[in-house]
Design a protein around this ligand. Structure first.
Ligand code: FMN
Length: 454
């Protein structure tokens, strides 16, 4: 039994020791990656790992070894402090870099659009979060995130566990979870979003009257790592900013790439974000949650909001994802709400959009025909926010309207990868290569067989 630990805690030796003891009792071998020491590059969101070097990330660092170790493993453990219900940015950096392990083409699995597997076998998943003060909501967010990752990373089974470090019995809970996973005991049922899951994740909380006067300033964090002018997050951010400016709210934009390293640039970006009365996080969905750079920005903001003077009164989120169903974005919005609540800010609600690649940096006006509902959503949201209210359910509904039927998306979207591959001189027949196997390519009958089996 081969076990890989992606350790996003900064030296939680007690938890590691505990996992190590069970693993050796069960005769498993451990490969441990202490992510805080590794300085991995963040995913840049260019999908070259699917189209230019299929199955491999172009950034040459330890993420290459991590991918190979996971490919060879039977059990994968994510170990993290609980950060607003999600993973630490150190773990998220590694998780965002795992997409070369899956195929770029689509099918329907667990009720929604997903990617096909690239390999014949994937490890089971165990997600463990350590927290001083978990509450029911952050525990539920973590369970949902772990379940979403299990589906998207093709884990044959999964379980998740949030342990309270104040409860002296936490090592027993960790021991039991690791043992059950190593013994291949049946895991948790895969999460299926309830019909109202997205509406609930988008809904604003009632505002604290002390913090509900109309904002004069707003700051928007563009959470995509893509270059300036090339991300859907930026297109949506600019659409909202235009509406806010028209309503007299002075709006500044900050790009998440500023948070790639701690230092002067990150401090300046942080100061801008702390200087707006309204804080907007406009980000893509990466592996069911916010990308690592946006997660790191939230970690830094969380520290500052608790200890420094600032202007921020309310937080809202605009999340777009690649799959056509906007409901995939629900967990990222719940993480943002947990961040707002932990920081004592109003949660002003969220907007979620599917099939985000359709926009890819174009201004909304250039895609007016397909994005009428989304343009209206941004105008309504700007009106609500400028008036000192949360985003209305109508705006959230308009943003989540499907841009095209999911079955059509699954059929048409692979042509984007084929064209992108062609621009790199890569034949479409190479897109399903398995560079981490000894055998190199996947046959179409295997893909068809997998489709039939599901
Ligand atoms: C590392 C990575 C992980 C992703 N994970 C998901 C996912 O879990 N679900 C999804 O629907 N889309 C996922 N996407 C697709 C992005 O959300 C989508 O391409 C989005 O439109 C990019 O927005 P941007 O232009 O603002 O960066 C992922 C993309 C990348 C690069």
């Amino acid at each position: 039994m081969k076990l890989v630990i992606l350790d996003g805690t900064a030296g939680q030796s007690a938890a590691n020791q505990c996992i190590g003891q069970v693993a050796s009792q069960e005769g498993a071998t451990i490969t441990h990656f202490a992510l805080a020491d590794l300085m991995l590059a963040p995913c840049l969101g260019d999908f070259e790992c699917w189209t230019k070097t299929p199955g491999r990330c172009r950034s040459q660092d330890e993420a290459q070894d991590i991918a190979q170790a996971i490919h060879d493993a039977d059990l994968l453990i994510f170990l993290t402090p609980l950060v607003f219900g999600g993973y630490s940015s150190a773990l998220k950096r590694a998780v965002d870099r795992l997409i070369p392990l899956i195929d770029s083409f689509f099918h329907q699995r667990a009720g929604l659009t997903r990617h096909l597997p690239r390999y014949a076998k994937y490890p089971a998943l165990l997600c463990i979060a350590l927290s001083e003060q978990p509450n029911a909501e952050t525990q539920s967010i973590f369970a949902e995130l772990a379940g979403g990752n299990a589906i998207n990373l093709l884990a044959p089974s999964y379980r998740s566990l949030v342990v309270s470090l104040r409860d002296g019995r936490w090592p027993e809970a960790v021991t039991a979870a690791v043992r059950a996973s190593l013994r291949r005991a049946p895991g948790e049922a895969l999460p299926v979003p309830a019909a109202d899951a997205l509406a609930l994740a988008c809904a604003a909380d009632p505002f604290d009257p002390r913090r509900s006067r109309p904002p004069r300033t707003a700051s928007i964090l563009i959470g995509s790592a893509r270059p300036k002018g090339q991300s859907t997050s930026e297109s949506l951010a600019r659409g909202l900013a235009a509406g806010l400016e028209r309503a007299g709210v002075k709006t500044s934009l900050v790009r998440a790439i500023s948070f790639v390293k701690d230092g002067h640039r990150a401090d300046k970006a942080l100061a801008t974000l702390l200087g707006g009365e309204l804080l907007v996080i406009a980000a893509p969905l990466y592996v069911d949650a916010l990308p690592s750079l946006a997660t790191h920005a939230l970690e830094r903001l969380g520290e500052q909001l608790g200890s420094q003077p600032h202007q921020v009164k309310s937080v809202v989120g605009i999340i777009n994802c690649g799959f056509p169903e906007a409901v995939h974005n629900r967990t990222a919005l719940r993480i943002l709400r947990a961040f707002a609540q932990a920081s004592g800010l109003n949660w002003g609600g969220g907007l979620a959009m599917g099939a985000g690649e359709i926009l890819h940096g174009k201004p909304l006006s250039a895609a007016r025909f397909v994005m009428r509902a989304q343009s209206r959503a941004l105008a309504l949201a700007a009106r609500d926010l400028a008036a000192g209210r949360g985003i209305s359910p109508e705006a959230s509904q308009q943003m989540a309207r499907p841009l095209l039927p999911a079955f059509l998306f699954r059929w048409v979207a692979p042509f984007k990868w084929i064209l992108q591959a062609r621009s790199y001189g890569v034949s479409w027949t190479k897109l399903h290569e398995r560079p981490l196997d000894e055998t190199v390519s996947i046959t179409y009958s295997e893909i068809a067989g997998f489709r039939r089996a599901k």
